[in-house]
Ligand binder design. Structure first.
Ligand code: CA
Length: 243
């Protein structure tokens, strides 16, 4: 089956959880997502967010930072122990994003209030349209790639380090799979954004560095003497050999 670029049917059945204590804003976001034919769940505090996320297994979570009971940071941390949902964090101020990035909370994207619901929907759609395999070379996409002790299985969407499966978020996985598919190529941040977030994504390229940082931590990799994800100075990143 093929989809046109903006076919809403492609997004039917997508479950979205909106976590926002300002009920009018929650409803507004919810109505925009429902218009996209998403199945929308609204909750208004962090405790309810975790309970509902366990129940409905959302594909997308729109998560306010300032929440009663548990704040957005804690919700995101707990969520990441059982979910690989795409998380868009809503923040009240621009400078909070830098702080959050430093905390490595595991959100995929950030939007600062006030934002247009259209912008939010555009980002979510771009993410859900991410090419799972279309950026990969068809002739070689079947075989898992090996880099020393690291195995990247793009088809099964699994990553192994030695005997251990490495739990990655969607964004981390897509970044690694993109690099692993062309291990000789040095990717610019812009190229990685296009491959992982999609060409229509508008935001700070710094987000790539944040996710690479998380990825390295999970792979027990070192930024300076990297085995798996090498920094290419003045360019971006490329795959390491695993040595
Ligand atoms: Ca709030």
């Amino acid at each position: 089956m093929s989809w046109t670029k903006d076919d809403p049917a492609r997004l039917r059945g997508v479950r979205a959880l909106v976590v926002e204590d300002e009920t009018s804003l929650a409803s507004l976001i919810g109505s925009y997502l429902e218009r996209e034919t998403f199945e929308v769940h609204l909750v208004h505090d962090g405790g309810a967010a975790i309970a509902r996320a366990r129940e409905v297994d959302p594909d997308v979570v729109v998560l306010d930072l300032g929440l009663p009971v548990l704040d957005g940071v804690e919700v995101c941390r707990q969520l990441r122990t059982f979910s690989d949902a795409y998380v868009v964090m809503l923040t009240a101020r621009d400078d909070e994003v830098d702080k959050l990035v430093g905390l490595s909370v595991g959100a995929d994207d950030y939007l600062t209030k006030p934002f247009s619901p259209r912008e939010l929907v555009a980002r979510v759609r771009a993410m859900l349209r991410r090419p799972r395999t279309s950026t990969l070379d068809r002739s070689t996409e079947e075989a898992p790639r090996t880099f020393g002790p690291l195995v990247v299985d793009a088809v099964g969407r699994e990553v192994w380090l030695g005997d251990e499966a490495v739990p990655l978020t969607r964004t981390e996985f897509d970044l690694l799979a993109t690099l692993a598919q062309r291990p000789q190529m040095a990717f610019s941040r812009k190229q990685l954004i296009e491959a992982v977030w999609g060409p229509s994504w508008v935001g700070d390229e710094h987000l790539v560095d944040v996710h690479i940082g998380h990825l390295r931590r999970k792979l027990d990799d070192d930024a300076v003497n990297s085995r798996f994800v090498r920094t290419v100075r003045g360019v971006g990143y490329r795959m390491g050999t695993g040595q």
